[in-house]
Design a protein around this ligand. Structure first.
Ligand code: KG4
Ligand code: ZN
Length: 342
């Protein structure tokens, strides 16, 4: 139901392989969250094929938006603004959502708000806990990005650190492929690691320079590949679960310890996580353990709001909308859009 003071945002997301639409009330209350995943289509190829992703978005987007309105029990008349991801992501995939949102905004005469996908991931935390507010330190770990941020306000971010090479999710996906677990790698390694011994293989923990909040995962990925090669050359059978568990432990140690150090550095008591990798069960439990140990609170979205969804885009769109941000019909997809950039 919508009261006269309520603001309803229709969020649209199509930056990678999920076509998603959602209606969110006042930036916090999810009235619907429809996600059409293309995982089955891309699994055959071992990863996302951009051209296929774009075509699938075109096929699905009208139905997904229609379902989001129906599930929320609203019509276009009730929607105050349309928020859409315009970057970063795959350009062809982004263009589908952006074109759809522009067409709707024009035809319905509704305001349009372009949203940064990474800011969207962060806003999933406002859906998770309706009282959660900045300032806090956030670890944003997805397939394309790894950032440690000091979130000062709803759209005010200080980048404390970022990956210098592979994103955390990318490392998960590459290692999963190397040990024959296929796509999507993150959730498969998460599950396999539960059956493996995390102490079995000593992989490097890359902390970089003292006090650096940057990440680097390509060395760890190479260490896993070297290990697999060595085992192959010596005809030694590997235990994929042990490799998954040992790799995962190395990733998580670095992610969690740097996040805690960043929170101490900024003097905050609130920590948040966001992005597909933050749905990882071991990362969630280790971060919780360390936050408890240090007297920090931890906010993490439910797994469905960690991976790509449109509710997070509608939430980010709401905070831009109430600030007066509006996009024109010249809004374009920006595959390399940076955090904090418009
Ligand atoms: O945020 P997201 O859905 O899309 C991007 O914006 O990139 O993140 C996708 C990434 C993929 O690399 C995927 O392997 C990883 O998140 N991921 C996970 C888990 N679920 C998804 N990584 C580790 N553990 C998981 N359970
Ligand atoms: Zn994402």
């Amino acid at each position: 139901m919508k009261d006269s003071n309520d603001i309803l945002i229709l969020g649209i997301e199509s930056s990678c392989d999920e076509t998603a639409a959602s209606v969110v009330k006042n930036g916090r209350i999810v009235m619907s969250n429809v996600i059409s995943s293309q995982i089955a289509v891309h699994t055959v190829y071992g990863g996302v094929v951009p051209e296929i992703a774009s075509r699938k978005h075109v096929e699905n987007i009208d139905y997904v938006i229609d379902s989001a309105l129906k599930e929320a029990g609203v019509t276009f008349d009730d929607i105050d603004a349309i928020a859409v991801t315009y970057g970063p992501g795959l350009v062809g995939a982004l263009l589908v959502g952006v074109s759809e949102a522009k067409a709707l905004a024009y035809a319905l005469n509704k305001p349009l708000v372009g949203v940064n996908h990474i800011e969207g991931h962060i806003c999933a935390n406002y859906i998770q806990d309706i009282n959660f507010e900045p300032p806090y330190v956030a670890l944003v770990v997805s397939g394309g990005h790894s950032h440690l941020l000091y979130v000062k306000g709803y759209d005010d971010f200080e980048i404390l650190g970022r990956t210098r090479d592979d994103a955390a999710g990318e490392a998960y996906d590459k290692v999963a492929r190397a040990i024959g677990m296929g796509y999507p790698g993150g959730s498969k390694i998460d599950a396999a690691a539960k059956e493996g011994n995390a102490e079995a293989i000593e992989f490097p923990r890359v902390f970089l320079e003292e006090n650096s909040f940057d990440f680097s995962f390509s060395g760890l990925k190479s260490a896993v590949l070297n290990y697999l090669n060595k085992m192959k050359m010596t005809n030694t059978e590997i235990n994929p679960n042990d490799v998954a568990a040992s790799f995962q432990k190395a990733v998580i140690e670095v992610l969690t310890q740097k996040t805690i150090a960043a929170a101490k550095f900024k003097g905050v008591t609130k920590v948040a996580m966001a992005g597909g990798v933050s749905s990882n069960s071991a990362l969630r439990s280790e971060m919780k353990r360390l936050c408890d140990e240090n007297g920090f609170s931890l906010n993490v979205p439910a797994p469905v709001f960690c991976t790509d969804n449109a509710a997070m885009i509608a939430s980010a769109g709401y905070y831009e909308y109430i600030k007066g941000v509006r996009s024109g019909l010249d809004l374009n997809a920006n595959p390399n859009l940076k955090l904090g950039e418009r």
